[in-house]
Design a protein around this ligand. Structure first.
Ligand code: FUB
Ligand code: ZN
Length: 681
């Protein structure tokens, strides 16, 4: 059996990184308390969540059913904002069908924080949520407030659209994390009861069905790895195996609903369900398609299956999916999902900057997928992409003060057009406090709180450093314990220093040679050594002991990138990157009309790195000699192409993309037009 690597447990890692420690603490200090208020609908001016409301109502309904009392069917209310003076009905379900998942993600985030730092008050607050969830569980283990409060007899009748299995997945993720953090099994028992309830209905000799919005797949594998109960693994394999097979389970359930309404059946061919990644068996996947978050979560589940079952065809499908995403459908920021129509992947190379969707959750999903690909095969490309998404498309999702969030992460925004142009109605040029559909904010909270589990993975005798996030860690190498310190600050430079703080062990430390580095130098306390290079990792095998140090200096040049010539929207445009950071221009620094800026082809050689302060954080910045076009007043709309643009020299100030829109409303552009060779100066 191939030896695959596992993430370091969060309890073994302590972040010390200037950027990520701050973000982690921001989540703990600002985001988690704020989100608890949001889940309780106590944030003025923010869209209500209804998580606590729905759970309380479902707990009453479940108690009534347990006591044998009749609970009438009720209509749900789609109301997500409360008109003045209107009090929600205490027994009505409000919001989206997946509202439960917001609270589950919050508990998961709290759990990761508690693992890193015990906090009795926070634990007690989270316990309130856990108790509420347990009380809302039906006697048979079913747990979904939408159906509990509307028509429980219709449970599992619309897996395609109604997210019960999605909510289950988030519950299971939260439950495992809560158990790891507190040692308590209350939520885990609830998740396992719900899993058993699902597996009494769906399975090889039972009803065919699979999640309309994936996540249950990876969550069931996690439940299996946490409990050792193979039933959860097998249920996940069943969901993966049945997906995309004929006749389509989504079509069959739709026809059952149609029959109830006296409507004729629709064709039952799977090909209708590409949006749900269910148009073909998952092992035949050729391309990333449909809803981007669903596709990324499915990919993560597939990669888990490939690891846990050593399933070659599944692994090859993951590799094809990876290539499709990262070679054809990913923004330079690591954002994925180019169209707001269905929050979905678009055609290959269709990557518009201003109408981009690039949902924060989808970038998080790409990180889930990348980490799992690294577990299967430590190849630096996976870590390069994970890092790109993390430092750019994920981090942009949260304001520097942790108080507001982006759902959509465009690469170009003009507040005027965002307001006036209906085609951009999905793009917000400033982060929002909360959303009626609030999937992203708690997802960032749980992901950033668990970051320690993404930087490194290990096998019995090898520790892989995938991300250079400064941290201290306890690891076992060849059965012996080591305490290590990794020092790095990628906002400054590519210098990375590893120190053995205590212990002695023999084995391999494998360091990623980052894609952004031109080369590296290595100094060690134990003399010259020549690491072996494989798959973009530098392998050093030796006996390690207290006091050993090694320092890599990965060069971190400023680079000017252009897009593949098949990306229609980016013809003639360039962007700046340095290390893991993609840079952008804001009108706050560069004046309005960013499209009038012109970047010379040799700009990278003249660009100068610097620092800028924002919200108490010192960030990297770039100063770049460039030009600005002066438009022809009263000129024709379409002058002769022989006419040269009138250019004036300017110095561009660029900031990291993730930090845009932290100083009030501003125009922003990642991709900037190049000067044409004929331009006059
Ligand atoms: O459907 C649940 C979540 O809400 C999805 O992951 C997001 O894309 C949003 O639709
Ligand atoms: Zn989201």
């Amino acid at each position: 059996m191939t030896q695959f690597s596992l993430p370091l447990p969060l309890s073994a890692v302590r972040l010390t990184d200037a950027l990520w420690k701050r973000e982690n603490e921001l989540v703990r200090r600002e985001v988690i308390p704020y989100q608890w208020e949001a889940l309780n609908d106590r944030v003025e001016g923010a869209a209500p969540s209804f998580f606590v409301h729905n759970m309380r109502a479902a707990a009453r309904a479940a108690a009534a059913r347990r006591a044998g009392r009749f609970v009438p069917r009720r209509a749900a209310s789609g109301m997500v904002t409360q008109p003045d003076g209107q009090t929600p009905d205490p027994d009505t379900f409000y919001g989206w069908v997946f509202q439960d998942s917001d609270g589950y993600k919050w508990i998961e985030a709290v759990s990761y924080q508690l693992i890193q730092q015990p906090d009795e008050q926070l634990r007690q607050t989270a316990q309130q949520a856990v108790d509420l969830i347990c009380a809302a569980q039906e006697a048979d283990g079913y747990l979904d407030t939408f159906y509990s409060l509307t028509d429980i007899s219709a449970a599992f009748s619309n897996l395609r659209d109604h997210h019960e299995l999605y909510c289950f997945g988030h519950l299971a993720e939260a439950a495992v994390a809560w158990k790891e953090a507190t040692g308590q099994t209350d939520l885990l028992d609830a998740a396992c009861r719900f899993a058993r309830c699902i597996s009494r209905r769906f399975g090889p000799n039972l009803e065919r069905g699979c999640p309309g919005h994936e996540i249950a797949e990876m969550a069931l594998f996690r439940l299996y790895e946490a409990t050792g109960d193979t039933a959860y693994r097998d249920l996940s394999c069943f969901f993966l195996d049945v997906r995309g097979t004929e006749p389509s389970t989504f079509a069959l359930e739709e026809n059952r609903r149609r029959a109830g309404e006296g409507l004729p059946p629709l064709p039952v061919t799977a090909s209708r369900y590409a949006y749900h990644q269910a148009d073909r068996p998952v092992r035949d996947t050729q391309e990333a398609r449909g809803h981007a978050v669903r596709q990324m979560y499915l990919a993560a589940g597939m990669a888990d299956e490939a690891r846990l079952k050593d399933d070659r065809p599944m692994r090859e499908a993951c590799e094809r999916l990876w290539r499709s995403v990262t070679r054809e459908k990913m923004y330079v920021t690591g954002g994925v999902g180019a169209t707001h129509l269905g929050e979905a992947f678009s055609l290959p190379y269709d990557l518009p900057s201003d109408t981009a969707y690039a949902e924060t959750c989808a970038a998080i999903g790409l990180c889930f997928f990348a980490r799992r690909m690294l577990q299967l095969n430590p190849v630096s490309e996976y870590a390069d992409v994970m890092e790109r998404a993390l430092y750019n498309a994920v981090l942009s999702g949260m304001a520097l003060d942790g108080k507001s969030f982006f759902y959509v992460n465009p690469l170009e925004a003009d507040p005027l057009y965002c307001r006036e142009d209906q085609r951009l109605s999905h793009v917000r040029p400033v982060r929002q406090k909360w959303f009626g559909c609030a999937c992203c904010p708690p997802n960032i909270a749980r992901f950033l709180s668990s970051l320690g589990a993404y930087a490194g993975t290990h096998t019995e005798d090898t520790l892989y450093f995938h991300l250079y996030i400064a941290q201290e860690m306890n690891v076992s190498l060849g059965g012996k314990e080591l305490r290590l310190s990794l020092d790095a600050d990628l906002t400054e430079s590519g210098r990375v220093r590893l120190t053995v703080l205590s212990g002695a062990a023999s084995g391999t430390l494998a360091f990623r040679l980052p894609g952004w580095a031109d080369g590296y130098s290595l100094n060690t306390s134990f003399g010259a050594c020549e690491p072996a290079l494989k798959g973009g990792y530098l392998y050093l095998t030796r006996p390690w002991q207290k006091g050993d140090t090694l320092s890599f200096d990965f060069s971190m040049p400023i680079r000017l990138l252009m897009a593949d010539s098949r990306v229609r929207e980016l013809t003639g445009q360039v962007c700046f990157v340095r290390g893991p950071f993609v840079f952008c221009a804001e009108s706050t620094d560069n004046g309005p009309g960013l499209h009038l800026l012109r970047v010379p082809a040799d700009a990278e050689t003249h660009a100068v790195p610097g620092r800028t302060e924002m919200a108490g954080l010192s960030l990297p910045s770039l100063q770049v000699p460039a030009f600005r076009v002066t438009p022809e007043e009263d000129g024709p709309l379409y002058p002769s192409a022989a006419q040269k643009e009138r250019l004036s020299p300017v110095t561009l100030s660029l900031i990291p993309y993730f930090a845009w829109s932290n100083r009030g409303e501003s125009e922003m552009r990642v991709w900037l037009p190049r000067t044409s060779p004929e331009s006059s100066r």
